[in-house]
Design a protein around this ligand. Structure first.
Ligand SMILES: Cc1cc2nc3c(=O)[nH]c(=O)nc-3n(C[C@H](O)[C@H](O)[C@H](O)COP(=O)(O)OP(=O)(O)OC[C@H]3O[C@@H](n4cnc5c(N)ncnc54)[C@H](O)[C@@H]3O)c2cc1C
Length: 486
């Protein structure tokens, strides 16, 4: 879940039908069972798995990349069929483009990337916030993020515990932006240190063809075995991986599935994973974040392309809207956190109904007539993901390092959760996949360079010194410039 440019991070059972609608890359979906032996097995063809496969192949080693679903991309997938335009069902914002590993890899042909607008709007009832109100909001937001960053220097407490008392009537909006919108969880369940260590996400770019299409372009030439769920991984003698289509053997396995998939026991490990690893996956659980996609023909809200709108809400029963995505009639009403989780559990119709009422409350009941086709993601119900993106519970930021420790010298974990600063993002997943691949290549004696510090994954110090958080407003950071009232 995306923390959007301002703020966002910050931050689906569409398996059978919807996934079939997703943009597909020119991957070779091998119909035959995989070869019995290879160098590296990679589990999951999301950003981390694709990055790992490319890195292993670049080193001249063999890999088998197995994917449980019938498409690649995982939580970064573009659907072009539902609305006839690019609709990112998961990730949409390419955060921190200057640092994002995907920026320099973006193909020049067929993919157009452009900057996201730097500002957002806030709706107060039926009008937009005025300049003075936005200044009040920004000042309150800075106080909140500073309080969390300051607290994180001393202890990894719940963000909520250190929220200032002087946020006034902006409290509800700020709590939504920094919590559910930023990381998919309420501030009471979110680690101050995780918040503080998150890399700056206040700038972003969009991909006109969809972020999923960009990722699919990067997967061209990567061979993937689709519809091949891994059931178990056994390292007792040699390494064997049991899939729905047979048994694979290899020298190493890179597992990139979400933390919730591991915590739910969807893959059986023999011997069992060490207790500290099991604990780490549980404490890096996924937040809830979903898009309710509405087609609003004729721009009835009078908004610009890619305008991001929040509400000055009094509680967490709110949303954020990305309007006119890349200049199309597609609008994404995003719901998150415990409210979003409860809503998505009630099904797509309830989600669309909420989005309709929410928009009607902010723009008038007439808006209902302008709504055309609709669709809502339900990532918590997606059997191969079980949520949106990881957010450490209080006290658990260091669990991200534990995830990077190899198990039995044969299993490496990767994915968005295995990144200390870019967690919850596609860029972080990509980097972690590359890093795990390099660790495996090093173990195989193919790479001679020493392991970077994070990869070496030293045991975290539970007491005493901890990495000093950077001084900035980061996660769910709010707009630096807000537009005046219209
Ligand atoms: C609604 C939403 C909005 C988001 N917005 C943004 C955003 O704007 N910007 C951003 O950077 N990030 C965003 N994110 C987060 C981003 O999508 C993820 O961090 C990233 O895509 C995770 O990549 P991954 O490779 O770690 O995991 P995944 O993409 O989950 O890949 C893991 C793969 O493993 C497969 N798998 C699962 N179980 C098995 C099994 N047993 N055997 C084989 N394969 C299996 C899955 O099907 C999946 O394809 C968003 C996420 C969501 C849900």
């Amino acid at each position: 879940m995306p923390r959007k440019a301002p703020a966002k991070i910050s931050r689906r059972c569409f398996l059978a039908t919807a996934a079939a609608l997703a943009a597909r890359p020119a991957v070779a979906a091998t119909p035959q069972p995989a070869p019995a032996a290879t160098d590296v097995i990679i589990v999951g063809a999301g950003a981390a798995g694709i990055a790992a496969a490319r890195r292993i192949a670049a080193a001249g080693r063999r890999y088998v990349l197995v994917e449980a679903s019938d498409h690649i991309g995982g939580r970064c997938v573009t659907d072009t069929k539902t609305f006839g335009v690019a609709y990112d069902r998961g990730a949409h914002w390419l955060y921190a483009p200057d640092l994002n590993p995907l920026t320099k890899l973006t193909p020049r042909r067929g993919i157009e990337v452009y900057p996201a607008p730097p500002s957002q709007k806030i709706r107060i009832g039926r009008r937009y916030a005025r300049e003075g109100e936005l200044e009040d909001f920004l000042a309150a937001e800075v106080r909140a993020t500073r309080a969390i960053n300051d607290a994180a220097r001393k202890a990894d407490v719940p963000c909520e515990q250190v929220m200032p008392n002087d946020l006034g009537d902006w409290r509800g909006a700020i709590e939504f932006m920094l919590g559910p919108f930023g990381c998919g969880k309420e501030l009471s369940q979110f680690s101050a240190l995780d918040f503080s260590r998150a890399a700056e996400r206040t700038t972003a770019t969009f991909c006109r063809q969809g972020f999923g299409a960009l990722l699919a372009a990067l997967a061209e030439g990567v061979t993937v075995q689709l519809s091949t769920p891994v059931k178990s991984i056994d390292t007792r003698r040699s390494l064997t991986v049991e899939t729905g289509k047979g048994t694979l053997t290899a020298r190493a396995v890179i597992v990139t599935v979400s933390t919730n998939i591991i915590a739910a026991g969807r893959i059986q490990f023999s011997p069992e994973l060490p207790h500290r690893a099991i604990d780490a996956f549980g404490r890096l659980s996924l937040g809830s974040y979903d898009h309710i996609a509405l087609e609003l023909n004729g721009n009835p809200l009078g908004l610009d392309s890619d305008d991001l709108v929040f509400e000055k809400s009094t509680d967490s029963h709110t949303a954020a809207m990305l309007a006119n995505v890349s200049g199309t009639p597609l609008c994404l009403v995003d719901v998150a956190g415990s409210f979003g989780r409860d809503l998505s559990a009630r099904g797509e119709a309830a989600m669309v109904d909420f989005a309709t009422q929410w928009l009607a409350g902010l723009y008038g009941a007439e808006i209902k007539k302008a709504i055309g086709r609709t669709q809502a993601t339900r990532w918590n119900a997606d059997a191969f993901t079980l949520g949106a993106a990881s957010a450490a519970v209080p006290g658990a930021q260091l669990a991200r390092r534990i995830m990077m420790e190899p198990v039995n010298d044969a299993i490496w974990f990767a994915g968005e959760a295995a990144h200390e600063t870019l967690w919850g993002t596609v860029g972080g997943a990509w980097e972690s996949g590359e890093r795990a691949a390099e660790a495996v290549l090093r173990r195989m004696g193919v790479l001679k360079t020493p392991a970077p510090e994070a990869e070496a994954a030293p045991k975290p110090k539970l007491k005493g010194a901890r990495p000093a958080p950077r001084e900035r407003s980061s996660f769910g950071a709010t707009p630096s410039i807000m537009r005046p009232e219209r």
